[in-house]
Design a protein around this ligand. Structure first.
Ligand code: PEP
Ligand code: MG
Length: 857
């Protein structure tokens, strides 16, 4: 690693730390550094860095350099006591700054009069990793003059030259180690250089241009790896790749313990509402205790891990792909090589074509497949085998299986799941070589519960899902692509059911209770009857509701309630329309871009929003600005690790900290046609100032793009602050939409992803209801409508209360829209108001639920 040069952040007199009249600094309790007695009034960045934190009082700031050095600058002593007076921060947490950028402006006169001292320590707070090898003190310094030079203490991270090979050893800071995404980025960087670069760990090495070879090394967080580059630009290649890895690639932050991504109808709010009843997903703890069965249990209850909840009753269908036979001996090497290259080109083109129209999870899978297929070590291995006389098919199979085995051998579940993708690609290329149709379609009788050793993503996409009611696989993992797709397709699915699954013969009657993590094999009459009753009741309710889903949503006494749907993709939009949704009340735009390595361009975003707007066919589309940060990290937007991410940089705070990202999204939304179909919604608002900042950005984007039509700009009410000040916010917001998932977690101080408080995290708590009431009142003061797009809008027990409190728009999961509409049609406003008033006076969420169960419209 190159030395890091810090330039002076201030104009003034530089002194050793001992000159600071405060032992905390002088005795280096905070770290090593120097101090500057300022004569100027602005603190500047001493190097390129990311802002780790800005003190709430604006008097101190911490930066992190790309190499990982953390620099604290504390303007004056005891200046925290000024409570922010005299300080104007120019940057926010998470911002990327360049050397010389202004960080904090301050009123030097005020500090001189009111602070204990103005001397400003500049401290390296991780001296265990970096040592100061040079410092300029006891002289006047100007902003931008070299002041300190740091070098990493870890002597291991020093490039060593041996002949024409340069080596560098580093410690990996990536939370998930080198998995598919970092491997692809490392490969991409390596391709900019001509030198060969290898990474080695524990005697094994892999070419950095091969994502699979890199993944197969099984590099984990904290592992020491050595980079070795050979060639004319070896030193530059090593510097670039080493710095890329040390920079964290946006993956430094610790992963959340549990996912907080909401799934309407699946969370505690909905299960309490009895919509899911006993078919609710088994808890992670319950599932963990299970071991995959090796033989069928005597009671026929085979446990598995929930990949996608739901119940299905049917008969077993065995998914067996006929093994493709290949002969080892090939024709001449030139012919075989040409055949393989042509087959690879065919599959690559097909992947590109499909990616063009795919959205969400499907697109992410296709992108992953394209990257794997592009792996030069894979083709090199196959070409080498062909040169030895093997046929193209045999060579390809051998090459790909070696890679898949290497991934499985890492013992890392995430990487083992990528091995499935390799086998999928093996099959596609073999079929292309044989000149067969790449779209394999297997058909099954209606009511099939598909059983398989494993299902490859492309198989699932190619299945005729009309006859499949669910599936259960022996292997797989709950985070595999297949699991994600199953959830998106709404198919109940179990994974990791173990080898006992292979004992089940085709046609065996089954109940797949995926939510409870159970497959009932050949159930007895009583079990079948119970399952059938529950299933029938649900089916009938849904059928009746669906039959009337096209009607405009009104209460029995004619009050208009808009029944909208929450969307995360164009497919969801299609489902919403089929289920009678009257618009989209929340498009979670972050779901469209979570799997990406780079920020989506304006054009890409517009294309995605336009597709959804077109599918909605003129119905209103409320596009929520990106809600990343906290539990929804985006790989392309590094956010420094935070002790309490739910209270940190998330929602619109991220947008305001990255104005270019906000501007791109606003322009993309404005470009959707017809103008006016899209409304814009701001997440995580806590103050009017934030709304004004977004309005200003929107006006600027509209002016820059020549957009003249009015665009509705609404806000989400997710913080108690926003609910309490709804009247102030509604004076400038065009509408209010309550995110009850977050509002509940912040009102009750219960992390929505923490299983230990999950059973009490209920949006029907009277405190939350009172905040909702306050929001509706605040909106009404200015004639603005209030909706709900959080989980409560999908909860039948909550709907009458919400309407009674003044909510006029409900945005729920697409599949639930018909039932919500049917329910609203049974209500009268007066009954709902009386019911809501009683609910607000209950003493607990449980009491509200009891009351709600007895409510008769
Ligand atoms: C909510 O918080 O209720 C909401 C709808 O937003 P999300 O669940 O996406 O955080
Ligand atoms: Mg939210």
């Amino acid at each position: 690693m190159k030395p890091i040069i810090l330039t002076s952040p201030l104009q003034g007199w530089a002194s050793p730390l001992e000159a600071v009249p405060d032992p905390v600094f002088a005795e280096r309790m905070m770290g090593d550094g120097i101090a500057v007695d300022p004569t100027g009034d602005c603190l500047h960045a001493p190097c390129d860095a990311v802002v780790l934190s800005v003190h709430a009082s604006g008097h101190a700031i911490t930066l992190r350099t790309p190499e990982g050095a953390e620099i604290l600058m504390h303007i004056g002593l005891d200046t925290v006591a000024l409570g922010g007076r005299g300080f104007t921060p120019c940057v926010v947490e998470g911002a990327t700054v360049q050397r010389g950028d202004p960080l904090i402006r301050f009123d030097l006169d005020l500090l001189v009069c009111e602070a204990r001292a103005v001397i400003t320590p500049v401290i390296v707070t991780n001296p265990e990793r970096f040592t100061i090898v040079r410092r300029e003190t006891d002289r006047l310094v100007g902003v931008g003059e070299a002041m300190m030079t740091l070098e990493p203490r870890d002597s291991a991270d020093v490039a060593v030259v041996e002949g024409d090979t340069v080596r560098r050893t580093i410690v990996v800071p990536l939370v998930h180690g080198i998995h598919a995404r970092p491997a692809a980025r490392i490969g991409e960087t390596a391709r900019k250089f001509v030198s060969e670069v290898k990474i080695s760990k524990d005697e094994r090495d892999g070419n950095v241009r091969s994502p699979v070879a890199l993944m197969a090394l099984g590099v984990k967080l904290g592992d020491e790896i050595t980079l070795a580059a050979t060639g004319p630009d070896a030193a530059d290649a090593l510097a670039a790749i080493g710095d890329l890895i040390l920079g964290g690639m946006g993956e430094r932050a610790p992963a959340p313990a549990t996912s907080k991504f909401p799934r309407e109808g699946g969370g505690p709010e909905a299960t309490n509402g009895s919509a899911a009843g006993s078919w609710a997903p088994a808890s992670a703890g319950e599932q963990e205790a299970r071991k995959p069965a090796t033989t069928l249990p005597a009671d026929g209850r085979l446990p598995g891990v929930t990949a996608s909840p739901g119940i299905a009753i049917g008969q077993a269908g065995l998914f067996r792909l006929a093994e493709i036979t290949v002969t080892r001996e090939g024709a001449d090497a030139t012919t075989e090589r040409a055949a393989l290259d042509a087959a690879l080109a065919t599959v690559t083109t097909r992947l590109a074509t499909k990616s063009g129209t795919a959205t969400g999870a499907e697109r992410a899978i296709l992108t992953a497949h394209t990257a794997l297929l592009d792996d030069p070590t894979l083709t090199a291995a196959a070409h080498a085998a062909i040169a030895q006389g093997d046929s193209a098919a045999y060579a390809w199979r051998t090459a790909i299986r070696a890679q898949a085995d290497a991934l499985k051998a890492t013992g890392d579940a995430r990487l083992a799941e990528r091995a499935d993708d390799m086998l999928d690609l093996e099959r596609q290329v073999l079929r292309a070589l044989a000149g067969e149709d790449l779209d394999e379609r297997l058909s099954f009788p209606p009511g099939t519960i598909l059983l398989a050793d494993d299902l490859l993503p492309s198989h699932l996409l190619g299945l005729d899902t009309a006859s499949i009611v669910g599936f259960c696989v022996e292997r797989g993992g709950p985070t595999s692509h297949v699991a994600i797709l199953a959830a998106t397709m709404g198919l109940p699915a179990l994974v990791a059911a173990g080898p006992a699954l292979a004992e089940i013969t085709a046609g065996t009657p089954l109940i797949l209770d995926a939510g409870a993590g159970l497959l009932h094999v050949a159930p007895d009459a009583e079990t079948l009857a119970t399952a059938q009753t529950a299933f029938d009741a649900q089916t009938e309710r849904r059928r009746a509701a669906l039959a009337n889903a096209a009607r405009e949503c009104r209460t029995q006494d004619g009050v208009r309630i808009e029944a909208f749907a929450n969307l995360g993709s164009a497919d969801d939009a299609d489902s919403a329309v089929r289920n009678g949704a009257e618009g989209c009340g929340l498009l979670r735009t972050e779901f469209l871009f979570l799997e990406r390595d780079s920020a989506p361009s304006v054009e890409e975003q517009t294309a995605d929003y336009q597709r959804i707007a077109d599918t909605l066919d003129g119905r209103p589309l409320i596009v929520r600005l990106l809600d990343i940060g906290g539990d929804k990290p985006a790989p392309y937007l590094p956010i420094a690790a935070e002790e309490n991410p739910a209270l940190g940089l998330r929602g619109i705070r991220v947008g305001l900290a990255h104005p270019e990202m906000l501007d791109a999204q606003l322009r993309a939304i404005l470009a959707v046609r017809p103008a006016g179909q899209c409304r814009i919604m701001v997440p995580m608002i806590a103050s009017l100032a934030e709304l004004r900042a977004v309005r200003k950005a929107l006006d600027a984007a509209a002016a820059a793009t020549g957009h003249t039509e009015h665009v509705a700009l609404g806000i989400m009410i997710e913080t108690p602050a926003a609910a309490i000040t709804a009247d102030l916010l509604a004076s400038e917001a065009d509408f209010l939409s309550i995110g009850t998932n977050d509002l509940t977690q912040y009102a009750l101080a219960m992390d929505r992803g923490n299983p230990t408080v999950a059973s009490d995290l209920d949006g029907l708590h009277p405190a939350v209801l009172r905040l909702i009431a306050r929001t509706c009142e605040g909106g009404a003061v200015h004639g603005k409508w209030t909706g709900v797009c959080g989980g409560l809008a999908s909860d039948p027990l909550a709907v009458p209360i919400l309407i009674g409190l003044g909510v006029t728009e409900l945005s729920s999961a697409p599949a639930l829209v018909p039932e919500i509409k049917a329910l609203v049609a049974t209500l009268t406003i007066d009954a709902c108001r009386a019911h809501a008033a009683a609910a607000m006076n209950c003493i607990s969420a449980a009491d509200v639920r009891t009351l709600a169960r007895s409510f008769r419209p």
